[in-house]
Ligand binder design. Sequence first.
Ligand code: MG
Length: 288
Amino acid sequence: MNDRLLITDLDNTLYDWVTFFALAFDAMVEALVPLLDIDRYQILAEFKTVHQTLGSSEHPYAVFELPSVKTQFPDASPKELADYLDEPLHRFNSVRKAELRLYPGVAETLAELARRGVVLVGHTEAAAVNAYYRIHKLGISQHFRHLYVLEGPPVRHPEPERQRELEPPDNVLRVVPPAERKPNPRLLADICTTEGVALSDAVYVGDSLGRDVYMAKLAGVTAVWARYGTAYEPERWRTLVQVTHWTQEDVAREARIRESTRGVTPDYTIDAFSELTAILGAGSVALR
Ligand SMILES: [Mg+2]
């Protein structure tokens, strides 16, 4: 029997990124309001500008770059700034710790699929350091042969020692060129070539119809929609939109993707990650 391959999206497929990140971010902002003595909306607007400069919304140390922080602590060393901002940073970390958890059945399903010899790889457009931190922290990194990440500006921790701890092992990461952003099907063809598995023996699972499912369909890979990944509170999404690094051009691109993916139909829709065990079950996944 041929090798089978599961390519899994990470955010909102393995864990609820939208919810934990929005809650952690909100907690940090709440602690910044009295410290900086400005309102929440100005803080969010400043974050948005800094995120756009950094090309990433997921950079909690963006707080060091906020104009209001620079005005308030103009001559502070990085160490002093970290002390001033200890409470907001602490709030972010503690809420993340409490809220970042796997969806039910993810760990067990990955272990079972690995036991059955399914090749498992992760794919994400989040920064490599953040993505690896999450799967490592969640205790599932050992199941993945590779983690495919989009080439992008490095996200670095201000403390070199901490940076070294966060650095993923070299043999795990595979960097994808920027042109292979979702929903470019070339990405999946390249992943299948790297893993030595035929497209017809591969399954892609993700929470986005317009990006994940559409891409898998274009590539000729079995497309699984993780519908449960879209079931977060709309309020959380609104928080993220207020601080997104997306530019006008990104927003326009998103609208084009949505337009061209109207009516995209997944091969399977799942309401729990564990349903993948049956989809990747006996026989070729192409026989469905
Ligand atoms: Mg996702």
